[in-house]
Design a protein around this ligand. Structure first.
Ligand SMILES: C[S@@+](CC[C@H](N)C(=O)[O-])C[C@H]1O[C@@H](n2cnc3c(N)ncnc32)[C@H](O)[C@@H]1O
Length: 201
């Protein structure tokens, strides 16, 4: 018999837009007693989606988040999910004319995701978002609108260009070598969004 969701172990880390799941796989091997989960739109051939403590789910983050119970996740991570955000599988480049037409709808979609993350997190749970510097101000506002307290700082250098990190962080030194002008706009920033504890009256 499957256990009702409420009796299941809380998820320690939920990664949104896990791509090749490098980080999640590393964490799941390192912490075998903790539970990990990832949600990603694009299917990858050959990726093992179930281990005893890791579940990788394919589909839209918003609809998958809606199926999770409230207060059931300790940490949510999203590296470049919001800049690579897709709605019904489509990504809109907001620099283009068509992109500007849809920008409002995409903003609402991103806020809905942030609100769902807020709901599934336990009180004092954290949402760690990595975003390019050029986008980070807008994403910070969006997270605050969803109810989070947000701090912003550069991603530590120890996380950049290393194996075991997400594809984008791993490939960054090579990218900056080819496009040094991008350092100004594409320096990765970490937004640390905390769900406040409920106030005791
Ligand atoms: C820019 S990539 C970053 C991937 C990875 N986190 C990294 O840092 O290397 C963004 C990822 O989020 C996924 N994604 C974007 N919108 C999504 C959505 N609505 N639902 C599920 N996955 C989504 C994309 O398919 C893509 O793999």
């Amino acid at each position: 018999m499957t256990k009702p969701r409420t009796q299941r172990k809380p998820i320690s880390v939920l990664d949104l837009g896990f791509e090749d799941a490098t980080r999640l796989k590393g964490l799941a091997s390192r912490y075998p007693r903790k539970q990990f989960m990832g949600i990603e739109w694009e299917k990858r051939k050959g990726l093992v989606t179930r281990r005893h403590n890791l579940k990788l789910v394919y589909g839209d983050v918003l609809s998958k988040l809606r199926r999770l119970p409230a207060n059931s996740v300790k940490i949510v991570t999203a590296d470049f999910l919001f800049s690579g955000f897709k709605m019904r599988g489509f990504h809109v480049d907001e620099e283009t004319r068509i992109g500007r037409v849809f920008a409002g709808r995409f903003r609402k979609g991103r806020i809905k995701v942030a609100k769902q993350v807020y709901r599934v997190l336990v009180p004092n749970g954290r949402f760690f978002v990595t975003e390019w510097k050029i986008n980070s101000g807008v994403i910070k506002e969006l997270l605050e609108e969803a109810g989070f307290n947000v701090k912003e700082r550069p991603v530590p250098e120890s996380e950049i260009g290393k194996d075991g990190k997400t594809l984008f962080l791993k490939g960054l030194p090579e990218f900056f070598e080819k496009h040094p002008e991008a350092i100004e706009t594409d320096t990765p920033m970490r937004l640390i969004a905390t769900k406040p504890r409920e106030k005791a009256y």
